[in-house]
Ligand binder design. Structure first.
Ligand code: 5GP
Length: 204
């Protein structure tokens, strides 16, 4: 019998909202959700590991990936390039496993065109003040970069209505519970199951 494809889950949200922390915590938990590691031209932040957080690439390497159709989508974000390697996504889905992509809004919109059946989740901070504070606390960015990220963040929040779900990241464990509940419910969506159960009736 043909294996059902896994769910493609996209998680976006403004810079600093905690997408990385939420995805990291999801990865630590024993869920069946696989994580897509993106390629980026940005330099590693302290503690970030090649192949775990990102595949860190030079501009030339990134261009090569684009030219060779190795990226499902890519986008420029605050002066750097980010993209989703297509092979791992395809492999995971065809094995019937779920995969989560943590990507910004432009990339998410491109993914929506390719995978309209995907599950699109927008992670929201409790307030803009909390968002600025979180970016500042990260301590890795200059004041100018923080302001750029806040401007982009406000534009990103405007795009919320392109998503299927909004999850507030007030506390990471709560945000994770909400995401897991969404994934569980999406697996029960009639459109995903109707063919399977119709076949059962036909066999009778
Ligand atoms: P950061 O530099 O803070 O790690 O990421 C900056 C932004 O790029 C975040 O919004 C993050 O979700 C997004 N991002 C990370 N990987 C990808 C990707 O593969 N594609 C796109 N379009 N955005 C990504």
């Amino acid at each position: 019998m043909k294996k059902e494809r896994g769910l493609l889950i996209v998680l976006s949200g403004p810079s600093g909202v905690g997408k990385g922390t939420v995805c990291g915590a999801l990865r630590q938990e024993d869920t069946d959700i696989h994580y897509s590691v993106s390629a980026t031209t940005r330099s590693p932040r302290e503690g970030e590991v090649h192949g775990v957080n990102y595949f860190f690439k030079s501009r030339e390497e990134f261009d090569h990936m684009i030219k060779n159709n190795q990226l499902l989508e890519w986008a420029e974000y605050v002066g750097n390039y980010y993209g989703t390697p297509v092979d791992y996504v395809e492999k995971t889905l065809s094995e019937g496993k779920d995969i989560i992509l943590e990507i910004e809004v432009q990339g998410a919109l491109k993914v929506r065109e390719i995978f309209p059946e995907g599950v699109f989740i927008f992670l929201m901070p409790p307030s803009l003040a909390v968002l600025r504070e979180r970016i500042q606390n990260r301590g890795t960015e200059t004041e100018e970069l923080i302001n750029n990220r806040m401007t982009v963040a406000k534009e990103e929040i405007e795009m919320m209505d392109k998503y299927d779900y909004v999850v507030e990241n007030d506390e990471v464990p709560l945000a994770i519970e909400r995401i897991k509940a969404i994934v569980k419910a999406e697996h029960c969506r009639k459109d995903r199951l109707i063919d399977k159960y119709r076949k059962l009736v036909e066999v009778e």
